[in-house]
Design a protein around this ligand. Structure first.
Ligand code: DC
Length: 220
């Protein structure tokens, strides 16, 4: 991709279960960009809170170090110097992360870190507020959605066990929380490319994003 990639970042936002991380990882691979999972950063901070069970304030936030370490070209989430990429996926973390990530002090700290990671470009970053708040100048912004039914079906296939209707209900509740929270609610940036993946394959979504990035690269 040459040096142009340095000044180009890709922001991918959207609700839970829309396929952001799969699509962002594959797009990053095709583009030879670095994939940054900002959800993992909020999850790491949640893990810290689960251990401390303290008030979430500036002191708590600065007492913990959330960082990424590159392992075979992929960024692995670390908390206080320890690899926590498995721990952050626990059901307990999933249960508390929406509440922890709603705190302004948490967001300010992690957003500053996210901007630093993206400062040199060449990053595909996924989350809820990347195109709107973290990287409003990203060269390509994508808002990835899918119907609640399809998102629930994907989650059921991933997790097994839970009924489709229960998962759909949990997704609706999480959407409502993410869309109505005071700090950085989940909204589509006005200049984002809106992709509804309900009837699209992963390859088709990735192809659309890669095409949009290549169009920008050829313009600069
Ligand atoms: O994408 P995920 O499920 O790993 O995200 C975990 C939680 O973190 C989710 O409740 C929304 C929140 N989050 C956020 O508030 N802002 C981001 N940029 C990324 C995730």
């Amino acid at each position: 991709m040459g040096n142009e990639r340095r000044i180009i970042n890709v922001a991918i936002d959207g609700p839970a279960g829309a396929g952001k991380s799969t699509v962002a990882q594959r797009a990053a691979h095709v583009l030879d960009f670095i994939y940054v999972d900002t959800g993992a950063m909020y999850r790491a901070m949640t893990l810290a809170w689960m251990r401390d069970r303290c008030v979430i304030d500036a002191q708590f936030v600065t007492a913990h170090d959330v960082s990424f370490v590159s392992v075979n070209g992929h960024l692995r989430i670390h908390l206080d110097g320890k690899d926590v990429h498995t721990d952050v996926r626990s059901p307990e973390v999933s249960q508390h992360v929406a509440a922890v990530s709603a705190h302004r002090v948490v967001r300010e700290r992690l957003v500053a870190l996210q901007r630093r990671i993206a400062a040199d470009g060449g990053v595909v970053m996924d989350g809820r507020d990347i195109g709107t708040a973290v990287l409003p100048d990203a060269a390509v912004k994508v808002f990835l959605t899918a119907s609640v039914h399809v998102r629930a079906a994907r989650r059921c296939a991933e997790w097994g066990g839970a009924s489709l209707e229960d998962v759909a209900e949990a997704i609706r509740a999480r959407d409502a929380r993410d869309e109505t929270r005071e700090q950085s609610p989940l909204v589509c940036a006005p200049d984002a490319l809106r992709i509804d993946s309900t009837h699209m394959t992963i390859d088709a979504v990735v192809g659309t994003i890669v095409h949009a990035v290549q169009a920008v690269i050829h313009r600069v």
